[in-house]
Structures are given as structure tokens and as C-alpha cells.
Design a binder for this molecule. Structure first.
Ligand SMILES: [Zn+2]
Length: 410
């Protein structure tokens, strides 16, 4: 299969046009899911797909699927894309990089009259970010059968408006059922970290998405007056929590480079300058590319916290919040991404994703993979987020090659 490169100029133009929708003064975008800006961006994508003759289908979650037909109508589609919604006052690359490179792949296949066996579907997933409507990765979660359709449609924003209501308002409450067979799924995304930049690499062949296990840690001692009781008699939950936070950091560091252990939220119900805190609740967040390592870290942390609680004369209990399992991406697709990068002359390396992506959901129902491109200084979910034209185009070249590989293999 000979290498084909995408049209850099056209890719840049489509990017500039999408970036203008919901643009912020400092070069970012504010394009929350199902807002007027999201509506406008969807309509522009629809216009482009109509112009190229790609058949657009919108499912009941509002996800958009634009199809370039294949030669074998009986085959399931190879799906490529990402999301056009953003975090508040955020960057213009997180999401659109995947959608617009997918569009460029379809257009380049047209330019070169390349026929594929499978239909190739460009997807724009509804509400990846979860900023306006929680939870994130919403529509792909329903597609993969992880979340219920009615639950997702009923989720509301802070003003009480539901996903369902907003989908109808902007004209994207589609009739298509959510879900269906997928031959392969490939998503290009900015790395949102600095591994590629530090290595001087252009392409990340993503090995998988880390697992994320969150637990609510409840520490109970006894509220007492800050004055009369001798200090050695205190059952201070906050002092125990402080020791646990330091222990968590130490355990996380002992499992570097892959482990991430975070205690990011603390609530002290008494919260008074004259009360010895008798109760603390805090979140414990563990991330690691390997599920077994996450489970071991959980055991080690809980054992450590119990020891601290014992010598602090407080009780500690653990309430599971969620446990998103680590996902490994498809070996053949990962190799194809690495091989294509080498053929095209782009330095590549393998790395895990430490953030959730729609590909995480799709990996549960289809051979899936992700292509990362560098993101300056790892800054993301921020107006200063930046990826260069050259890197986006290089990523699109690799996405094109990987799509053709998937078409041939699956
Ligand atoms: Zn994203």
C-alpha cells in the first residue's frame, strides 16, 4: 500500500473555521456540549459532509456519523473521529484535532480515488467533556452499552436543562438507534502531557488508557473543644488525614513512573477554628496503565491508612466511588500506527493515555486505537492549548494509513 499524505492547506483552513466558533479572546474556544456554539460547529461539519457527499446519520444521543461508502455494503464501518465540544474557556485542539483530521482523511481518500471495502464513518461524539452535562464520555458510553440511553438523555446542566431538551432545541435529536457493529475505531487526540515533546517525537502510538479507581475515605474521631481537653486525649481526624495524604504521596512515588495517587478533595464538616476535627471525608484517586497494579495500590494504601488510623485512635472506612478499568488498545492497530509513522518519517513512541477518551469506551466493543500528537508544554483544558499545523497534519497522515490498514485487516 503506497503512502498518501493529506492536504495540509485544506486541513488548516477547516481548523481555522471551526476554531472561530465559540472563539475566546485569548485564542481558545468556549463550546460547551449542545450550546449554541456546539450547534454552529455541528452545522458547519454537516455542511462539509454534505458537500463531499458523505451521508450523515444522527443517533438518539446526537452523535454525528458521516459515511464515505465502501465497496462492500455488508461490512461494518471503520469509525474515526473524536468530539467538537469543549471545556469552559478551553483549547481549540482537544477534540477537533480528531474530528477534522478524520474529515481530512475522507477527503484525501476522495482526492486519490481510493476505494475502501468498509464504509468509513467520521464521528463527532456528543458530550465527551462532561463539563456542562456530567458524566463525561457520555454518548460513546451509551454506544458501547456502558451507560443507559434514558439516563444520559435525562442528565441536566446546572440550570436544570436536560440533554434531551437541548438536543431537540438544536435539531440534533436524531432518530437512529445508539450503537451497532464497528469494524475498528481510531481516534487522534492531542497528548495533553509532555512525553512526546520531551522525546522530540511527533506521533504517540497509544498503548491503552489507564484505569482510574476512586474511593471516598471517611475518617471518624471525635469533635472536641480546642481548649479544655489535653492534646494527647484528642481523636483528631484531620491530623490522621494529613498523615494519610503524606503516606499516599510516598506510596505513589514508590511506584513511579506509572502510578498516580491523588487526594484532591477534603471535607471537614466541623470546619471551625475552635473545634478539634472529629470527622474528615477525602477522595482517593489511583491511576495506572495496569489494572493489577491499581488493585495492589488500593490494598497497600488501605492497609497503610488503617495503620495510621489505629495509632491516631480514629476509625477509617473506604467507600468505592468508581473503578474504570484500564484498557489496552488493539495490538495490530498499534503496530500499524507505529509502522506508518516510520514509513512516513515521523518519530514515534508508545505511551499510555492518562486521561479518559471516547476510545476507552469503544475499545470494549471493537478493535480500537489512538494516535497522540504533541501539545505544547502539556497545557490543555486551557485557552493556551497549542498543537502545530505540522504535527496535526502528520497525525492526519498516520490516521489515514491506520484507517486503510484497518479497512484491509478487519
Ligand atoms: Zn478530548
Amino acid at each position: 500500500m503506497e503512502s498518501i499524505k493529506v492536504n495540509r492547506h485544506r486541513l488548516r483552513e477547516t481548523f481555522d473555521q471551526i476554531s472561530a466558533i465559540g472563539a475566546t479572546k485569548r485564542g481558545g474556544v468556549h463550546r460547551l456540549a449542545l450550546s449554541d456554539a456546539d450547534w454552529e460547529a455541528r452545522d458547519l461539519l454537516k455542511t462539509w459532509c454534505d458537500e463531499s457527499g458523505y451521508t450523515l446519520r444522527v443517533d438518539r444521543m446526537g452523535s454525528m456519523f458521516a459515511r464515505r461508502a465502501g465497496t462492500d455494503a455488508g461490512l461494518a464501518p471503520v469509525v474515526i473521529g473524536s468530539h467538537l465540544d469543549s471545556q469552559p474557556m478551553a483549547g481549540r485542539f482537544d477534540g477537533p484535532a480528531g474530528v477534522l483530521t478524520a474529515l481530512e482523511v475522507l477527503r484525501t481518500l476522495d482526492d486519490h480515488d481510493v476505494a475502501t471495502r468498509h464504509p468509513i464513518d467520521l464521528v463527532n461524539w456528543t458530550n465527551e467533556e462532561g463539563a456542562r452535562f456530567s458524566p463525561p464520555l457520555m454518548a460513546s458510553g451509551v454506544y458501547a452499552g456502558i451507560k443507559e440511553l434514558d439516563f444520559a438523555l435525562g442528565c441536566t446542566d446546572v440550570s436544570g436543562v436536560s440533554v434531551s431538551t437541548e438536543l431537540k432545541r438544536i435539531g440534533y435529536a436524531g432518530a437512529e438507534p445508539v450503537g451497532g457493529p464497528v469494524a475498528a475505531y481510531i481516534e487522534l487526540h492531542i497528548e495533553q502531557g509532555t512525553v512526546l515533546q520531551d522525546a522530540g517525537a511527533t506521533i504517540g502510538a497509544v498503548s491503552g488508557v489507564v484505569g482510574i479507581r476512586d474511593t471516598m475515605v471517611e475518617i471518624v474521631g471525635e469533635d472536641t473543644h480546642a481548649g479544655p481537653l489535653p492534646m494527647e486525649r484528642r481523636r483528631d481526624a484531620l491530623v490522621a488525614a494529613a498523615e494519610m495524604i503524606l503516606a499516599a504521596r510516598k506510596i505513589g512515588l514508590a511506584h513511579k513512573p506509572d502510578a498516580r495517587v491523588t487526594i484532591g478533595r477534603l471535607s471537614v464538616p466541623s470546619n471551625s477554628h475552635s473545634v478539634v476535627p472529629g470527622r474528615v471525608e477525602m477522595t482517593l484517586d489511583i491511576r495506572h496503565p495496569e489494572q493489577a497494579a491499581i488493585d495492589l495500590l488500593q490494598v497497600e494504601l488501605e492497609a497503610n491508612f488503617r495503620l495510621i488510623a489505629g495509632r491516631s485512635d480514629v476509625e477509617v472506612t473506604f467507600r468505592p466511588l468508581w473503578n474504570y478499568k484500564a484498557v489496552a488498545f488493539d495490538e495490530a492497530l498499534r503496530s500499524a500506527i507505529a509502522d506508518a509513522s516510520q514509513t512516513l518519517g515521523y518519530k514515534q513512541l508508545s505511551l499510555p493515555s492518562r486521561a479518559g477518551h471516547d476510545a476507552w469506551n469503544m475499545a470494549r466493543i471493537a478493535p480500537s486505537a489512538m494516535i497522540f500528537i504533541p501539545c505544547r508544554d502539556g497545557i490543555s483544558h486551557n485557552e493556551a492549548e497549542f498543537a502545530s499545523d505540522e504535527d496535526i497534519a502528520a497525525g492526519a497522515d498516520v490516521l489515514l494509513a491506520a484507517t486503510r490498514f484497518a479497512d484491509a485487516k478487519y
